[in-house]
Ligand binder design. Sequence first.
Ligand code: IMP
Ligand code: MG
Length: 181
Amino acid sequence: MAAENLLTPSPGEIAFGADLIAGRIDELARQISGDYRGRDLVLVTVLKGSAIFLADLSRRLTIPHRLDFIAISAYRGASAGSSGRIRLLKDIDRPVRGEHVLIVEDIVDTGLTLNYLFTTLRFRGAESVEVCTLLDRPYRRLIEIESRYVGFTAPDAFVVGYGFDYRQRFRNLPDIHLLAR
Ligand code: IMP
Ligand code: MG
């Protein structure tokens, strides 16, 4: 047990505290509420990590909107290389044709996931597709893609907490930590 704890990566230093996150989400929500006033807005959230961010963001929006969810898995194994093949695990429930879609993401890293979502939702006839991501690593992009709304620029280190997981653990932590190995 003790030996396992020593070998298991665990949450270390706090990178973004709960209060800081909440304050930034207030600002993003105000901006989004202004930009989408009078439009049919749907927040499309990528399961599972972004669900925590969505819950806080959605409750701070002052305009009507609906929620939908999508789940995908990325192959980043040796065989996939940088092509980053992406598989759809769960599709959104309702058509987005004619609606304004805001993709809610936890973090944009290479941009491969986001590029797939962007293309798919555009193809389905959404009136507009934009992205709101809590964290961004612009310096890691393999595909050029820009988010209209960004919470914070993330450090080049693995983070856990506030939805971010390491092997499905630590999503429930209120703060975002660096993973200590
Ligand atoms: P990408 O932009 O296609 O590379 O995908 C980014 C996805 O990788 C995110 O949605 C997360 O699920 C995951 N990810 C990237 N960096 C981290 C991290 O530091 N902690 C936890 N998950 C991460
Ligand atoms: Mg994600």
